[in-house]
Design a protein around this ligand. Structure first.
Ligand SMILES: NC(=O)c1ccc[n+]([C@@H]2O[C@H](COP(=O)([O-])OP(=O)(O)OC[C@H]3O[C@@H](n4cnc5c(N)ncnc54)[C@H](O)[C@@H]3O)[C@@H](O)[C@H]2O)c1
Length: 253
């Protein structure tokens, strides 16, 4: 097992990529603190983990709230003794409209959840990892964090920011043996994608991946497992696409 005796705090663990990762990490031996703003969905993830013989706890937390983020980290560390892996996965897609049409409240909400939430998780978990002189952080960006898309200004801004934050933490905390890497999912079939595009997937031929299929949460979970595990113990500060090849360039016919 690749994560035996590790403690992983995963945000947005009630759905999609977060849930898929929580289930895989638990099968690999990690104890899981499953955090989500939707307490019921986090509890369902815990039930699924326990039904496969794993150990987990559910935490209700809005990652954009400093109080919630601090309480989330403290609750996980209190229950399981420490935090070895912090997986900042929670995010919202935000409004689909051009920049001038975004309201101030929408802008603040998306930046608050996606960017500040990622920073807050690290802010409160880093001291624990520093004391351990060990830790693995995974932050979830997006292809929209590498290249702007029309209608996605604030989501893109938040996801570009997640990459910057990750790399800053990687260079600042490497001396404590803390690794921070950024996962860049392409199109992954989750409730978020269905909210954006309905039942028709992949969204358009222009974005259809070279591997000719939409990704599944398990595809991201397996990459996250690698980056969180000792197999990646000399890897930090990277931007790691899990996108079926979209980032490589335009696909052939
Ligand atoms: N699905 C894709 O194609 C895709 C592509 C690129 C990046 N991503 C990124 O992957 C991550 C997971 O996305 P997903 O597709 O599984 O989405 P999802 O909507 O299925 O799951 C997101 C989870 O985050 C939770 N959440 C939302 N706001 C929160 C908050 N303030 N505090 C705590 N939890 C909150 C939701 O309740 C939900 O359980 C996100 O960071 C997303 O931006 C997804």
């Amino acid at each position: 097992m690749k994560l035996a005796d590790k403690v992983a705090l995963i945000t947005g663990a009630g759905s999609g990529i977060g849930r898929g990762s929580a289930l895989l990490f638990a099968r690999e031996g990690a104890r899981i603190a499953a955090a989500d703003i939707d307490e019921q969905s986090a509890a369902q993830t815990v039930d699924l983990i326990e039904s496969q013989g794993g150990r987990a706890m559910a935490i209700r937390a809005d990652v954009s709230s400093p109080d919630d983020a601090q309480a989330m980290v403290e609750a996980a560390a209190r229950r399981f003794g420490t935090i070895d892996i912090l997986y900042n996965n929670a995010a919202i897609e935000g409004p689909i409209c051009f920049a001038a049409q975004i309201s101030v409240a929408q802008f603040d909400h998306v930046i608050g959840v996606n960017l500040r939430g990622t920073w807050l998780g690290m802010k409160y978990a880093l001291p624990i990892m520093m004391a351990n002189r060990s830790g693995a952080i995974l932050n979830v960006s997006s292809l929209a964090g590498l290249r702007a898309t029309p209608g996605g200004a604030v989501y893109c801004a938040s996801k570009f920011g997640v990459i910057a934050l990750t790399q800053a933490v990687a260079i600042e905390y490497g001396k404590y043996n803390i690794r921070a890497n950024c996962i860049v999912p392409g199109w992954i079939e989750t409730p978020m994608v269905h909210r954006l595009f309905g039942a028709t997937l992949p969204p358009s031929s222009a974005t259809a991946p070279p591997l000719r299929r939409i990704g599944q949460p398990q595809d991201v979970a397996r990459a996250a497992l690698f980056l969180a595990s000792e197999d990646a113990n000399y890897i930090t500060g990277t931007v790691f696409p899990v996108d079926g090849g979209i980032n490589a360039g335009d696909r052939g016919p």
